[in-house]
Each structure stands twice: as C-alpha cells, then as structure tokens.
Design a protein around this ligand. Structure first.
Ligand code: FE2
Ligand code: FE2
Length: 353
C-alpha cells in the first residue's frame, strides 16, 4: 500500500502517472524554449506567483502524504504534525534573528564597501573564521596565496561571498539543533548541503550560473529537510516528550515535502523567486516545464555529492543516466569537463582549512 503511494508520490509509476500525480501548476512566467541552449534561467519569475505556487504545492503534497497514513500511523503524532505544516508558512519557516537579518541586508547591498563588510564579520568569531575558510577554499585558492586578514578575504570573495558566509552561519544557528532522535539525521543532511555547495560553485560556469550564487543554491538546496526537522523538534518541545512519528512517514515527508518547503524558506529569507524555483524543483521529478539552469545545476551537484560517497577510485559518474533521468538541457561534455576538474572531496575539505 505504502509502496504504491510512494511510487505515485515520487513519480515512478508508469501506467497512470499523469492522472495520479498531484497537479503542479507552474508560475505564469513565459516558458523558455529548451531548444535555445543559451537561454538563461527564468529571471522574470514574480515573487507573489512563486509563493502562491509553492503554498499550493505544499498543501497538495501534505494532503497526499496524509492520504498515505495507515490506521496505525494516524494514531501517532503524524497527522497533527502534517496539519501544522500547512497552518502558517510564516510560522513554519523560522525567521532569522535580527542580527542575522541585519547582516544579510548589509551583504545584499551592492554599495557596501569593504570596511563595512569587515566590520560586520570581525565582531563575530564564527563569521570571521567562516570568511577566512571561504576565501581559502579550493575555488578561490587560485586567486593568490593564503588569506590571513579579513580585509584581504573580503577583497577576494566580494559582497556575494560574504553573503554566503553569513547565510551558512545563519542556517547553521537557526535550523541545525533540533535535538533528540533527529539530531543525527540533521547532521547528515547538513553535511551533504555543505559538501554540495562548493561542488555547485565549481561546476557553475558550465551552467551559466554565477559562482557565488551557485554556492548559495548548493548550500540551501535541502533546507526544506532542516525545516521539517526543526518543526519536529518544536513539536517535541511543545509535547515535552519524544515525537511519535513512524520512520517510514518521516522519510516520505522529507522526500516529498522538502523541495517546496525549501523554496518557501528561500523566499522568506529574501533570496528571490529564481533561487526558490530552482530549490523547489531540484529533484526534477517531475521535470519542470521551464528551462532553469539553476535547477539543472542543483540536480547534478546533489547527485555528484551522493555518488562520490560510494565511488571507488577510478569510477566515472554515470552522467548519461543523470542526463536521461533529469531531461537536462545543459551540455554534458561541458559539465563533464568541469566535474573532472573539481578537487576530490578530501582535497576540497583540506583546502577549506
Ligand atoms: Fe534534495
Ligand atoms: Fe540533496
């Protein structure tokens, strides 16, 4: 029973796939023809339209997961948790603390000078360390010697680089401490996100995506999973006991809801509708109707990170399968070359110091 529903929810059923899939209305932005290879990702998505689309998508997916609950599942905390997810999205996605909001607004200001950016990070040891780590990462290692001063680091990575450092610290502080039985799962998801960010950055040029934006996309692509765990942690605090949530429903909820919830989080944190669209479609199941290079980038970066975990030395990533399954438009040869030039996971970690 659950297997059938899972197949239906995840789009792996072939017979009546179209009829049984929830409707996913796309925003009204003009579709870009997949036949124009140089077309940029949709830049004209309207924030209100994307938000309305994501709201509706979450509601439909919550309803589908709710339908999948067995009688035993319904006797647990799962129904109340799922209902709470649709109550108020503003409450579902935590707002960053004021200090983080202020820091993010400084790093969004293209006029912010280097002195202001240094002032922003130097009072916070975590941000200072994060900035130096980012400036000395494998991606920036070709820009000269090792950065030891914050001013040099700001000059090297620019405003968008500092933005990524603040963003990473913000998500880490905001969503990574649910406690209880969920902590180990959060740690796994967060480390996958942290590894995916530099992969996305490293292959970004072959998708015509700006490198620092690619890092932010990779860093946040699974943030919807952290939102789910955060809400479970909140419920645990409210109930003053461990949440009774069957493991099979936890994985179904994570798999099926993390894309639109991640998109809503991106919107709520001011990252814009294009980033939200890419995050909310990154599994490409179903394949989005709109050409979106950011979405294609995320799809490859995430797959590459997960593939690397099990790969042996000399293995080649199965690009042909990924291109077929994800119906990718981007050049496989170009991305393949970018992947080949990436540092290995260990090298990247060592370079990040
Ligand atoms: Fe994902
Ligand atoms: Fe992922």
């Amino acid at each position: 029973m659950l297997g059938n529903l899972l197949r239906r929810l995840t789009g792996n059923s072939h017979s009546d796939k179209r009829a049984s899939e929830p409707v996913r209305p796309l925003p009204q932005a003009a579709p870009i023809s997949p036949s124009s290879p140089d077309a940029l990702p949709p830049a004209d998505l309207e924030l209100g339209e994307v938000k309305a689309w994501l709201d509706l998508d979450v509601r439909q997916r919550v309803a589908a997961v709710r339908d999948a609950l067995s009688r035993e599942d319904r006797a647990t905390d799962a129904p109340a948790f799922l209902d709470a997810l649709t109550a108020s999205f503003e409450a579902v996605v935590r707002q960053p603390p004021l200090a983080a909001q202020r820091a993010l607004s400084v790093t969004r200001d293209p006029q912010a000078n280097a002195g202001k950016l240094v002032g922003l990070v130097e009072t916070d040891p975590g941000l200072s360390q994060g900035l130096l780590r980012y400036a000395n990462s494998a991606f920036y290692a070709t820009s000269g010697g090792r950065c030891v001063s914050l001013m040099n680091a700001v000059h090297r990575v620019g405003t968008t680089g500092v933005h990524n450092v603040v963003l990473r610290a913000m998500v880490d502080g905001l969503l990574c401490r649910p406690g209880g039985a969920f902590q180990a799962q959060v740690d796994l998801v967060w480390s996958h996100m942290i590894r995916t960010a530099p992969i996305a950055q490293g292959i970004s040029s072959s998708f015509a995506v700006q490198a620092d934006e690619a890092y932010a996309l990779g860093l946040l692509h699974d943030v919807g999973k952290l939102v789910v765990f955060d809400r479970l942690g909140e419920l645990r605090r409210e109930l003053k006991r461990d949440v009774r949530f069957p493991a099979s429903i936890t994985s179904l909820t994570l798999r099926y809801l993390h894309e639109p919830l991640g998109g809503l989080a991106a919107l709520q944190w001011g990252l814009g509708p294009s980033v939200a669209h890419a995050i909310s479609t990154h599994r490409r199941s179903p394949v989005p109707d709109m050409l979106d290079r950011r979405c294609e980038l995320l799809y490859v970066a995430e797959k590459l990170d997960l593939w690397r975990l099990g790969a042996q030395e000399g293995d080649e990533p199965p690009l042909e399968d990924w291109w077929r399954d994800g119906a990718l438009n981007v050049s496989r040869v170009g991305v393949g070359a970018a992947i080949a030039a990436l540092p290995s996971g260990e090298e990247a970690a060592a370079g990040a110091g």
